[in-house]
Design a protein around this ligand. Structure first.
Ligand SMILES: [Zn+2]
Length: 135
């Protein structure tokens, strides 16, 4: 969690340096054409600002999603583990959406209970899918 805050601070700081030096370059540099090195220094600050912002954004992604989900570590099993909570959320949202479809809302599923083993079979099945007895 504190790792995420470091990322957020760096993102903000980088963006502030980037915006500040960009505004400074646009407003102040044309006023002093006798100092051509001023524009180079301004551009260095713009680049430093964007690098810090990018590092901050990367730290945020890694701390939020985990190193495998962020693509830093190539491990499919860990990637799946990292995304578990996120995928649960997506699955829940899809489930909510499906439940809102009128056809699905009024859908009744009829199951036939096997007299031998008690397994629930689909409405049109002729044989039990568990024990094979005639339904
Ligand atoms: Zn059965």
């Amino acid at each position: 969690m504190s790792f995420n805050i470091v990322g957020e601070v760096l993102t903000f700081l980088g963006a502030a340096i980037f915006i500040g030096s960009t505004i400074f370059t646009i407003i102040k540099i044309p006023e002093k054409p006798q100092f051509p090195h001023g524009i180079i220094i301004s551009f260095i600050f713009i680049i430093i600002g964007s690098i810090i912002r990018s590092i901050g954004a990367a730290i945020c992604i890694i701390s939020k999603e985990g190193e495998a989900a962020a693509g830093l570590l190539l491990d499919p099993n860990k990637e799946r583990e990292d995304k578990k909570e996120q995928n649960k959320s997506f699955g829940g949202q899809i489930s909510d959406m499906i439940e809102e479809i009128p056809v699905v809302k009024n859908l009744t599923v009829i199951k036939i209970k096997c007299r031998e083993c008690g397994h629930l079979n689909d409405e049109h099945d002729k044989f039990c899918s568990n024990c094979g007895k005639v339904l």
